[in-house]
Write a protein that binds this ligand. Structure first.
Ligand SMILES: Nc1ncnc2c1ncn2[C@@H]1O[C@H](COP(=O)(O)OP(=O)(O)O)[C@@H](O)[C@H]1O
Ligand SMILES: [Mg+2]
Length: 366
């Protein structure tokens, strides 16, 4: 996917902006506080209906204004451009439009614009909670495997139902009745995830070798319950604990991926710099998997790239990114730090106090 036109209204310090991004490299540069990250936030809002910086919309809506709006023309390979639009209001109302239709679900919106963000928080994929790694794995499933999302929704409903039963202290017989749907959907999710990770690993290993100087890396899927038991047995085994806490302890909602090197968790062994590069490989491989399996491309948002990497690694990351031929929005303070290392066409956008100006390349890097 590529965004060929992006219109931002009343998002943080950007009052009104309209840009025509390039199909591959877009560099957004400017001083601290000029509004660079806000441009990435606009694309993210268009793709996922929310911000990656703030939980509440009120901080992203421009001060004194009632709503933020982002509009984009999104192009699939040879297909026509699809107009997408989202408006979020202070009172919580959300309006999403795809072509001329209003849609009610952000999940539906998310299908149109697969996105990956790489920023200073991304290494939490290694150090953060299992939830982050589950979401990472499920991102691929969501975009590659059509049957995943409906099953995932059914599973979530049955998990909530089961937890409510536990809190309401229903009888074992009634609980067993609800367990059927829980187990049925859990096993499908587990199968889909196992299969997805196997496919992902093959792509990841190649990306990994290109960017990292570590010898061995292992991704180990943990399905969320004792590997020696089937799910029904695992539920039976944890029943008294489940009743005590009003919460289901075994199931795919507790799955995780151990990311290991030299038999240790990468988060414990690797330096911060190595963790960043590993994270880049993990996220780039996700986009590549999407392309290999669906012929669609994800859009990458990379915040403050030079601040995150040394010069040598900026070069190798840019080489990887060039190969992927995906659309990239990269922010930085000084475009000199990256533009000379890019061997293909680049569009530059200078941001100053929320005003975005397309700049002639030579002007920006001279
Ligand atoms: N809701 C808001 N309304 C108006 N301005 C805002 C709002 N939220 C943040 N800002 C300002 O917008 C700017 C956005 O900065 P940001 O996109 O983080 O800049 P950069 O990434 O270039 O450092 C900051 O100067 C900040 O003070
Ligand atoms: Mg920033």
């Amino acid at each position: 996917m590529t965004i060929s036109r992006l219109i931002i209204q009343q998002l943080r310090n950007i009052n009104q902006a309209s840009i025509e991004p390039a199909s591959q490299f877009n560099i957004i540069y400017g001083d601290n506080g000029s509004g660079k990250t806000s441009v990435l936030e606009a694309v993210y809002l268009l793709g996922l209906g929310r911000s990656f910086r703030s939980r509440t919309m009120n901080s992203i809506i421009q001060l004194g204004k009632e709503a933020v709006t982002v509009f984009g023309l999104v192009k699939e390979q040879q297909n026509n451009e699809i107009p997408l639009g989202i408006e979020r209001k202070k009172d919580g109302a959300v309006f999403i439009r795809v072509q001329e239709h209003t849609i009610n679900s952000i999940a539906e919106l998310a299908h149109y614009l697969p996105l990956q963000i790489i920023n200073q928080d991304s290494y939490q994929l290694l150090t953060g909670s299992p939830k982050q790694r589950r979401q990472f794995l499920d991102w691929g499933l969501f975009h590659v495997e059509q049957s995943f999302f409906p099953i995932w929704k059914r599973f979530q409903r049955s998990l909530q139902q089961r937890n409510a039963c536990l809190r309401n202290k229903v009888s074992n017989a009634e609980l067993k009745f609800w367990d059927k749907e829980f187990i049925d959907t859990a096993l499908i999710i587990d199968q889909l995830r196992t299969h997805q990770l196997e496919q992902y690993k093959q792509i990841f290993v190649k990306r990994f070798k290109q960017l990292n100087d570590i010898d061995d890396i292992e991704l180990i899927y943990k399905r969320g319950w004792n590997a020696e038991l089937d799910l029904e047995q695992a539920l039976a085994e944890s029943l008294s604990r489940d009743r005590q806490y009003g919460f289901t302890h075994a199931g795919p909602h507790r799955a995780d991926i151990d990311i290991k090197t030299g038999k240790m968790l990468a988060s414990q062994l690797l330096s911060r710099g190595q963790q960043k590069l590993l994270t880049y490989s993990l996220l780039l491989a996700q986009g590549q998997l999407l392309t290999e399996y669906t012929h669609r491309k994800c859009v990458y948002l990379i915040d403050d790239m030079p601040a995150e990497l040394d010069r040598h690694h900026i070069q190798s990351v840019l080489t990887s990114l060039t190969e992927m031929q995906a659309q990239l929005f990269i922010t930085c303070i000084d475009p000199q730090a990256i533009a000379p290392a890019i061997k293909t066409a680049v569009k530059m956008f200078h941001v100053e106090q929320g005003v975005i100006t397309a700049v002639d390349n030579r002007e920006a890097t001279s």
